[in-house]
Design a protein around this ligand. Structure first.
Ligand code: PLP
Length: 392
């Protein structure tokens, strides 16, 4: 009865399977089973102490009330300066909206740009919430397959073929979840040429992992001056500074779009929390050694994990250039991704996300998040190796 009363639009939203896997893994743990958790995209580190201290000091200093809807002006100035340094994008506080996490930028951008029937090209496999938000907006999701043969990079020629007069938005995620793939500078420049020929198309550039790059750096498409007005950058503090639970992110966009996002904030959150915004100033202007130490630890784990996975007969994993995910091909075992993930959890006690949790083109793959200690990764690989032997 209650179910029948829920507005129809809610049927177009879906959640994140990684959290469902976590729930099942937790239930098994409650029964006394030992589980290695590689299912969540959450750094296993503590937030650097200088940021925690800044938040405590802010609370004690009385930063407990509402803030301006788009965030404190001095935080937005600091973000503008950071965006210039990190992404080579010239911006100012009027183009920045601070929101509770990176996710709101995704929901707000997609729903404020996409009209019913308009098409959105998005990478697949990718963060599952893109597709959910596109459907919620009654847009048409147009998946761009990311391929192992291409190291999960951007296939610009394939993307070009997906563009139609109805295309409104292209979503980029660089580096990518769940593949760890990185788009090359050449591919970004080639995409820029395509966009010049299609002036009505916008880009949502999800750069939440752009500090977690292991070989070189990534290029933001917003750094190309004549395209900047059509790009919304999504970024935040969750991954770089191990601040997932603080809920703090921001969007960088044309002031006309920022005004719309401000309106969204006024209708939903009012503002991001005051003391976390003060701590964010410390995150961006204070010492960066905590963030860099995490990056180096992720790199060490990546190198170890990918080599160890490739040593297991039947598993084939390419080297991810960023983020903290390995996305090995497990198709040789003849199970679907979900069957593999489910049996790996139930029979071997390793929690990981099946590739199709990130879209249909994730079939045949599994995502291991290496946001866990090297010791736990070694145990996970040992268990996985033993498990796959039972499949042969
Ligand atoms: N974008 C991508 C690609 C992600 O993987 C995530 C989180 O996992 C987010 C955005 C959302 O980040 P936040 O936790 O700051 O909302």
């Amino acid at each position: 009865m209650i179910k029948d009363s829920i507005a129809q639009r809610m049927s177009r939203l879906h959640g994140e399977t990684a959290f469902a896997i976590l729930a099942r893994a937790n239930a098994l743990e409650a029964q006394g089973r030992s589980i290695v958790h590689l299912e969540l995209g959450q750094p296993d580190f503590k937030t650097p102490q200088n940021i925690i201290d800044a938040a405590c000091a802010a609370l004690n200093a009385g930063y407990t009330g509402y803030t301006p809807t788009p965030g404190y002006l001095d935080l937005r100035e600091v973000i503008a300066d950071y965006v210039q340094r990190q992404k080579n994008v010239k911006t100012d506080p009027g183009e920045i909206v601070v929101v509770p996490g990176g996710k709101p930028v995704m929901f707000y951008t997609i729903t404020m740009l996409v009209n019913p029937g308009e098409e959105v090209i998005y990478p697949n496999p990718s963060f599952p919430i893109y597709e959910s938000c596109i459907k919620f907006a009654q847009g048409v999701p147009v998946p761009l397959q990311l391929k192992k043969e291409n190291n999960f990079g951007l296939d610009v020629e394939a993307l070009k073929k997906l563009i139609t007069p109805k295309t409104k938005l292209i979503i980029l995620n660089n580096p990518s979840n769940p593949t760890g793939g990185v788009y090359s500078r050449e591919d970004i420049l080639a995409l820029a040429d395509i966009l010049r020929a299609h002036p009505g198309i916008f880009v949502l550039s999800d750069e939440i992992y752009d500090r977690l790059v292991f070989d070189g750096s990534v290029m933001s498409i917003a750094s190309i001056p004549d395209l900047k007005d059509r790009v919304v950058i999504l970024d935040g503090f969750s991954k770089t500074y191990a601040m997932t639970g603080w809920r703090l992110g921001y969007g960088v966009m044309h002031p006309d779009l920022a005004a719309q996002m401000d309106l969204y904030m006024a209708n939903t959150n009012s503002c991001a929390a005051a003391f976390t915004q003060r701590a964010a100033i410390e995150a961006l202007t204070g010492p960066q050694d905590g963030a860099e130490a995490m990056r180096l630890a992720f790199k060490e784990r990546r190198d170890w994990l990918v080599a160890a996975l490739n040593d297991i007969p039947g598993i084939d994993c390419c080297l991810p250039g960023g983020a903290f995910y390995a996305f090995p091909d497990i198709s040789s075992f003849g199970l679907t991704s979900n069957e593999f993930a489910s049996r790996l959890l139930e029979e071997a006690g390793v929690a990981a996300a099946g590739g199709t949790s990130f879209g249909a083109f994730g079939e045949g793959f599994i995502r291991f998040s290496y946001a866990n200690s090297l010791d736990n990764l070694k145990e996970a690989v040992r268990r996985t190796e033993k498990f796959v032997k039972t499949l042969r």
